[in-house]
Design a protein. Structure first.
Lengths: 118, 110
C-alpha cells in the first residue's frame, strides 16, 4: 500500500484564487512529520511547509497553509492568492518516527502538477 | 536551497563508466540521503547516512555505493553505469523539521 497518496495528477487554478492540493498518508506510527515541496520546471526541490503529528495548530508559511486532519490522515496544502510563479509540481512527503533515534527517511507521493492561469 | 551543494548539474555517461556525484552541506545535519526521481514515480530513496561512518540502504540501492567520512560530505558512486540509472538525482540533508535538497543532477546513461 502506498504511504503517501496524491490523487490529483494535475490541477488548474486562476490567478489570485486559492487552491487545495490533496495528500493522504498511511502510517501506524503515532509520531511522524509531513512535508510539502515545490518543484518548478527548473528542477530544484523547494521546501514549503512542515507539519508534525503532535502539532496543535495547522502549519502556515506565508501564502501556504497545511490543512491537517489527523483522523482522516490527510495533509492538504492550501495556496492562497495563486500567482503565475506557483505553476510547478508539488510533492507531499512523510517522515515516520520523529524524535530521538528517529527515522529521517522521507517517503514521497507522486506529485501534483499545478498550472496557474492568468 | 540553503546549505546543500550538489555537483554536477548535468552528466552523460556511457554504459559501464563510473562516476561520483558530490554532495556537501554546511548545516551540521547528521542525516543525509540520496534520492532518484523518475517520471511518474516521485522520489525514491537510494542510500542514507545517520552520521559520519554510518550508511544504510534505502528502497533502490542496487548499482550505487556511498560513504560518509565527514558530517559535511556524502558522495554517491555509480561503479558501472547502466541505462536504467538514467534519472535525476537529489541529495538531501535533514534534521527534525528540516529537509533541504541539493539542486539535482540530471544523469543520462547511453
Amino acid at each position: 500500500a502506498q504511504k503517501i497518496t496524491q490523487t490529483q495528477p494535475g490541477m488548474f487554478v486562476q490567478e489570485k484564487e486559492a487552491v487545495t492540493l490533496d495528500c493522504t498518508y498511511d502510517t501506524s506510527d503515532p509520531s511522524y512529520g509531513l512535508f510539502w515541496y515545490k518543484q518548478p520546471s527548473s528542477g530544484e526541490m523547494i521546501f514549503l511547509i512542515y507539519q508534525g503529528s503532535y502539532d496543535q495548530q495547522n502549519a502556515t508559511e506565508g501564502r501556504y497553509s497545511l490543512n491537517f486532519q489527523k483522523a482522516r490522515k490527510s495533509a492538504n496544502l492550501v495556496i492562497s492568492a495563486s500567482q503565475l510563479g506557483d505553476s510547478a509540481m508539488y510533492f507531499c512527503a512523510m517522515r515516520e518516527g520523529v524524535g530521538g533515534g528517529s527515522n529521517y527517511k522521507l517517503t514521497f507521493g507522486k506529485g501534483t502538477l499545478l498550472t496557474v492561469n492568468p | 536551497n540553503a546549505g546543500v551543494t550538489q555537483t554536477p548539474k548535468f552528466q552523460v555517461l556511457k554504459t559501464g563508466q563510473s562516476m561520483t556525484l558530490q554532495c556537501a552541506q554546511d548545516m551540521n545535519h547528521e542525516y543525509m540521503s540520496w534520492y532518484r526521481q523518475d517520471p511518474g514515480m516521485g522520489l525514491r530513496l537510494i542510500h542514507y547516512s545517520v552520521g559520519a561512518g554510518i550508511t544504510d540502504q534505502g528502497e533502490v540501492p542496487n548499482g550505487y555505493n556511498v560513504s560518509r567520512s565527514t558530517t559535511e560530505d556524502f558522495p554517491l558512486r555509480l561503479l558501472s553505469a547502466a541505462p536504467s540509472q538514467t534519472s535525476v538525482y537529489f541529495c538531501a540533508s535533514t534534521r527534525n523539521t528540516e529537509a533541504f535538497f541539493g539542486q539535482g543532477t540530471r544523469l543520462t546513461v547511453v
